[in-house]
Design a protein around this ligand. Structure first.
Ligand code: 5GP
Length: 120
């Protein structure tokens, strides 16, 4: 899948759409999900144009990948869920049910959030 520069997260990065920012560094932005699925639901996105996890791990620099990984732990700390626990999910492609075609990690916590995958 090629990168669509008009996707919602690209527009947030450009400042065309607002977000409730949690943290930011040179390579990464973290903000609240607009439709939270748990008391804490934060999205972590790279600032570079990567469609999904496969694109990112193939094409992003080590510095970008390191910043992205560290930001996930950082926002968990900011949200106060490091000790209580949380889940990190990245939906990728059709089978992963990815809706926004810009890589994002969901950081979910603040309460027990149930089984990893819903039963069919
Ligand atoms: P996906 O299904 O692609 O893994 O998740 C996309 C996520 O983006 C969903 O959890 C959805 O609530 C969130 N989302 C969609 N549009 C917006 C938006 O405009 N702002 C924010 N903050 N989150 C959004």
């Amino acid at each position: 899948m090629s990168y669509d520069p008009s996707n919602i997260f690209a527009r947030i990065l450009l400042g065309e759409l607002p977000c409730k920012k949690i943290a930011e560094d040179e390579h990464t932005l973290a903000f609240e999900d607009i439709n939270p699925q748990a008391p804490v639901h934060i999205l972590v996105i790279p600032k570079g144009s990567y469609v999904d996890w496969s694109d990112f791990t193939r094409n992003a620099s080590d510095v970008e990948q390191s910043a992205f990984t560290k930001m996930i732990g950082h926002v968990a700390n900011i949200a106060g869920i490091t000790d209580s626990g949380y889940r990190v999910i990245s939906n990728s492609g059709n089978d992963g049910h990815q809706e926004v075609p810009h890589l994002h990690m969901h950081v979910l916590g603040g309460a027990a959030i149930g089984p990893m995958v819903s039963k069919r």
